[in-house]
Design a protein. Sequence first.
Length: 195
Amino acid sequence: MAFLRCIPNMVVMAASDENECRKMLSTAYQYPGPASVRYPRGAGIGAAVDQTLETLPLGRGEIRRQGKNVAILAFGSLLAPSLGAGDKLNATVANMRFIKPLDVELVKQLAASHDALVTVEEGCIMGGAGAAVSEALAAAGINKPILHLGLPDRFIDHGDAGQLLAKCGLDSDGIAASIVQRFGKDQPRLVVNNG
């Protein structure tokens, strides 16, 4: 995702499930320029697939869980574990869908209504989707605590995707733990739900 962001007029999408992937492929087909869809290898989460070929509004994300204090901006396949972490922490979770064009209005809205932002992506942090969020905040003059979660700056072994993501702290428990570690579980505004 990071290397595609620098291509002019390029649309970069990341699908959270099978149905969204289908919609993104349709969106890419209809777009009059270069477009890409990032989807993970292996099986999807088992989402039901619509029978119609719908397109997505270009550069628009969606709120999937409303919470308080922390907003998790999930890109692609890490939406499901982000929703799990959101449940544990009572955090808002947004399915960002587009790395480019980024839904800057949604980013600004989440920054205005939350104490901290967390970006989560199945890709490198350097130059990736989280970097796009930080760039958008900087361009808007918004100073907000932000945590970027993604793949570490090293080669990842080949193996079961779920196990490898968990090893990188990108499952729901790992995401929640990283948020608590960065922002502290004792903050009065950050409530951890272990039940």
